[in-house]
Design a protein. Structure first.
Length: 247
């Protein structure tokens, strides 16, 4: 099974993460405890080949083409692994490769959905939805009981929406913090399809239609939280996102 093969490889890779790579990740804004909870790792190709030809075709035998890349796991709500994001780090040209196991087709996946995060969501935490891994730098300024989840894109799937509806408290709020560009705003608030004239609902309204509280978070100072962190760290993040619950 590819799921168990990949999970074993990811857990081994987490143990192989060198301090230099961890320091780079922390410097980009991902809190140390979040990286640890996620089991973010340094890809070391396993001795056993991947049982999935699709994985091999994209990543080489046992993931050889991704050796030395960061590996960011996608954990399911039940704690199983359903995929991973591979990315270069340091001074290398930025490259990102995504892989999902077949079981991901029926499982909601987020970057940052760990057992600790799931527990806090179940206990009533607000959820802050961002696009990319380093937009999770928002953790530095959100209330400690809240959870930040990355979607990997400015889109919310039906499975992800079902997850939020099932596990979040009705007194909690989903804060949509997409990139401050045209795509991010359209996906958050909705838009009219130029070809069909059909109104396409945004993430905020889709969440609200399920009886949940949601709001679109606007901000200045950068195109996304990760860029704001790069410009001014926690101080600039705090001054940018200071309009809710003391953030």
């Amino acid at each position: 099974m590819i799921d168990s093969w990949l999970q074993e490889a990811v857990e081994s890779s987490a143990l192989a993460l060198p301090q230099e790579a961890l320091g780079w990740v922390i410097g980009r804004g991902l809190p140390r405890h979040v990286a640890s909870d996620m089991k973010l790792g340094f890809w070391v190709p396993p001795d056993q080949p991947s049982p999935d030809e699709g994985f091999t075709a994209r990543n080489g035998e046992s993931g050889l083409w991704r050796e030395g890349w960061l590996v960011v796991p996608y954990w399911s709500p039940r704690g199983g692994l359903v995929g991973a994001e591979f990315r270069t780090w340091g001074h290398e040209e930025k490259k990102v490769r995504d892989y999902r196991t077949p079981s991901s087709k029926t499982t909601p996946t987020f970057i940052g959905l760990t057992s600790d995060a799931l527990g806090r969501i179940w206990e009533g935490a607000d959820v802050w939805l961002v696009e990319g891994l380093f937009d999770m730098s928002l953790y530095h300024v959100t209330p400690p009981e809240d959870v930040v989840l990355a979607l990997g894109t400015a889109r919310l799937t039906r499975l992800q929406l079902d997850f939020l509806h099932r596990f979040m408290s009705r007194s909690a709020t989903v804060h949509v913090v997409f990139d401050e560009d045209e795509t991010g705003r359209k996906q958050a608030l909705g838009y009219q399809d130029p070809k069909t004239g059909k109104d396409i609902p945004g993430v905020v309204s889709r969440i609200q239609r399920r009886g949940m509280s949601s709001r679109h978070v606007r901000y200045r100072g950068g195109k996304d939280p990760g860029e704001i962190w790069e410009k001014g760290g926690k101080t600039l993040l705090r001054s940018t996102f200071n309009t809710y619950k003391g953030v």
